[in-house]
Write a new protein. Structure first.
Length: 345
């Protein structure tokens, strides 16, 4: 087999990369034509002729117009895989479809920037001889898997490749939780110093991200339970145990995300309390100013009327008498306002 260096942008069939795994040898990259030849040879071979541990991994770009058509013509995947491609339900799940496994895995976009929209879906079909992963935009976990395979990672079965993908995704989630925790720590330190700035919006963005990650990445318990109880015959007990451990690691990361959500919720409540206190202080100052200005406004309004009989109009000390009256009533109003504030506290 001629060695082909795959291009990550995808070839004419929409294949991003392809690798041929054989026991005792490093994974060999291959192109679409070589993959077709291998698949046709496997279709014509007798059931017992295939070497154990000999399988292909094909990574497809569904944004390419030819990708899905090529899979239909050459890969002979189960109908459940193509139904999952068109299904609007994107929750993470691994289901058995006859003798194959069909997985829907939500992953972080390659240009992930801690935004709730930076999450996309990866579709996976796994048999004993073929693994197909398909996505519509670059994703991080499957790219980590591609780099590991390109570096010669020894994968002895298709189930181990799937387990490697899940562990890569769990590692990325751990990194997301770690970086989110650092951001929350920084925001909390700023809140303790009384600097609110735009931290309310930052906390809301982080919380929406964690909620979306938890909702999309949490594996469906029923589907996973059915798979672990009745796996395909080609899945060994060792692979089943490794898959179970990978899902348990996933669950632990999701529990950390739930705890972080609760912490962010408490910080949001603290921020809301601080904002309310600032608003109450501002409202109190405005009330004091209004109360203190009330006597002079009322007296000025009365004395400013152009009618006869205005008192003290001819008195040489009338101005000072009015000033004294205004100051007296202003002092009484201020005393009453501050007393009410002390009573409320």
């Amino acid at each position: 087999m001629d060695v082909v260096t795959p291009t990550y942008g995808g070839d004419e069939a929409g294949m991003i990369c392809g690798y041929h795994f054989t026991p005792g040898r490093a994974p060999e990259p291959l192109g679409a034509a070589q993959a077709v030849a291998w698949l046709q040879a496997q279709a014509l071979a007798a059931p017992g002729d295939r070497l154990a541990g000999d399988f292909l991994w094909l990574h497809m770009n569904l944004s390419h117009a030819s990708a899905e058509r090529w899979l239909l013509q050459h890969a002979r995947l189960c109908d459940e895989f193509f139904e999952a491609l068109r299904d609007d339900v994107r929750s993470t799940r691994i289901e058995r479809a006859n003798d194959a496994l069909v997985a829907v895995v939500n992953d972080l976009s390659f240009d992930f920037s801690f935004d709730a929209s930076d999450i996309a879906t990866l579709w996976v079909s796994v048999t004993d001889a073929l693994v197909v992963t398909a996505r519509r935009e670059p994703l991080r976990s499957v790219d980590q898997l591609r780099k590991a395979v390109k570096g010669g990672a020894p994968l002895r079965s298709t189930a181990e490749l799937l387990e490697h993908l899940l562990r890569d995704q769990a590692d990325l989630l751990v990194n997301v939780v770690r970086k989110t925790t650092m951001r929350v720590d920084r925001i909390e330190d700023q809140l303790l110093t009384g600097r609110l700035n735009t931290q309310r919006a930052s906390l809301g963005t982080l919380r929406r991200l964690l909620v979306r990650l938890q909702r999309l990445l949490a594996p469906e318990p029923a589907a996973l339970f059915r798979l672990l109880q009745h796996p395909p015959a080609w899945v060994t007990e060792h692979d089943l145990q490794e898959l179970r451990q990978a899902t348990e690691e996933f669950s632990m990361v999701l529990q950390d995300m739930v705890s972080l959500q609760e912490r962010i919720k408490l910080l949001q409540e603290e921020v809301a309390t601080m904002v309310n206190e600032q608003n109450n202080r501002s409202l109190f100052v405005l009330t004091i100013v209004t109360v203190l200005a009330l006597p002079i406004n009322m007296i000025a309004g009365l004395l400013g009327m152009n009618v006869g009989g205005i008192p003290l109009a001819e008195d040489p000390y009338g101005f000072w008498i009015i000033v004294a009256i205004v100051l007296t009533f202003t002092a009484l109003a201020g005393w009453w306002a501050f007393r009410r504030q002390r009573d409320n506290d």
